[in-house]
Write a protein that binds this ligand. Structure first.
Ligand SMILES: Nc1ncnc2c1ncn2[C@@H]1O[C@H](COP(=O)(O)OP(=O)(O)O)[C@@H](O)[C@H]1O
Ligand SMILES: [Mg+2]
Length: 278
């Protein structure tokens, strides 16, 4: 039975898609069977995996077609090694339609159940904002992995997201747990970033892991646009190594992590509101 991990943060540009893509490849390199689900109408993950989201839309092979019952999930999945359930702008229209349906957040879970035994990991890349697609990802997932940048508003946003997750879990998915927070694009030369990292670690404490930060590197950035993941093309780079470490950590972690009980201390961090290189 697959472990299902939604990769989510209301903010865009925090490396959700990069994390889904790279972590998926990291699990693959460990011999795991992996399905990546693109739950963002922008289709960035679909594109990063080398698929044409619009062409797949024409073939009715997208998440939206699965969620509307038009295509059985097994027929919508593409890819040879890394399996992918694509998305494109159809998902945006579906988001609008699903808002009116109360059972909507549990739909994806019921479809995934049919194929969950075929995989070790199912990673769901959420789009920005709390859309119906995001709620479906929360409804289907066992875990949520929260990538974040280390700045004031991102760190504040985690507390809001944690509240949303807790409310959602109570109402729709009591199995849902926060797997941990992944600081991304970490620039260790910036004192502000180091301070927000310690603040995160201090406030989240032992209950919710703050994973080893992924450094800001040109390679991660370039490799996403070149389709191949850095874990296969640049295995010795620090970005690749940290994502491999994350994959091994997740793989060794107990299935049920404790609930996120978070107060990330959104009060001022003394002297760290402005970026300064130490
Ligand atoms: N560790 C990193 N170093 C440098 N650039 C990165 C890193 N992680 C992600 N990026 C880049 O940051 C941008 C936003 O990442 P993306 O994964 O698309 O974020 P999201 O899915 O949260 O919107 C992309 O251009 C991506 O290539
Ligand atoms: Mg994205």
């Amino acid at each position: 039975m697959a472990r299902i991990i939604a990769i989510a943060n209301e903010k865009g540009g925090v490396a959700k898609t990069t994390t889904a893509h790279t972590l998926g490849n990291a699990f693959l390199s460990m011999g795991k069977r992996v399905l990546l689900i693109d739950a963002d109408a922008q289709g960035n993950l679909t594109d990063a995996c080398g698929f044409d989201a619009d062409a797949l839309g024409e073939e009715h092979k997208t998440l939206a077609h699965v969620l509307t019952g038009q295509t059985p999930i097994a027929q919508a999945i593409v890819g040879k090694e890394l399996h992918v359930l694509a998305s494109n702008q159809f998902l945006q229209r579906l988001n609008d339609a699903l808002v009116r349906e109360s059972e909507a957040p549990t739909r994806l879970r019921s479809y995934i159940r049919a194929i969950a035994n075929n995989y070790d990991y199912i990673l769901i890349d959420c789009g920005p904002g709390i859309t119906q697609a995001t709620l479906n990802a929360f409804g289907a997932a066992d875990h949520i992995l929260i990538p974040t940048r280390l700045d004031r508003y991102s760190v504040k946003g985690i507390e809001r997201l944690a509240n949303t997750i807790s409310r959602f879990a109570e109402e729709h998915n009591p199995r849902l747990r926060v797997l941990g927070v992944l600081p991304t694009m970490f620039q260790k030369n910036y004192k502000t970033e180091r301070d927000y990292l310690s603040q995160l670690r201090h406030h989240l404490g032992l209950q919710t892991p703050v994973f080893e930060p992924i450094p800001m590197t040109g390679w991660v950035n370039n490799q996403v646009s070149k389709i191949k993941s850095i874990v296969s093309s640049r295995p010795t780079s620090i970005g690749a190594q940290n994502y491999m470490l994350l994959a091994h950590t997740i793989d060794g972690a107990p299935v049920a992590a404790p609930h996120l009980d978070v107060d990330v201390g959104t009060t001022e961090t003394h002297g760290t509101r402005h970026s300064e290189i130490a």
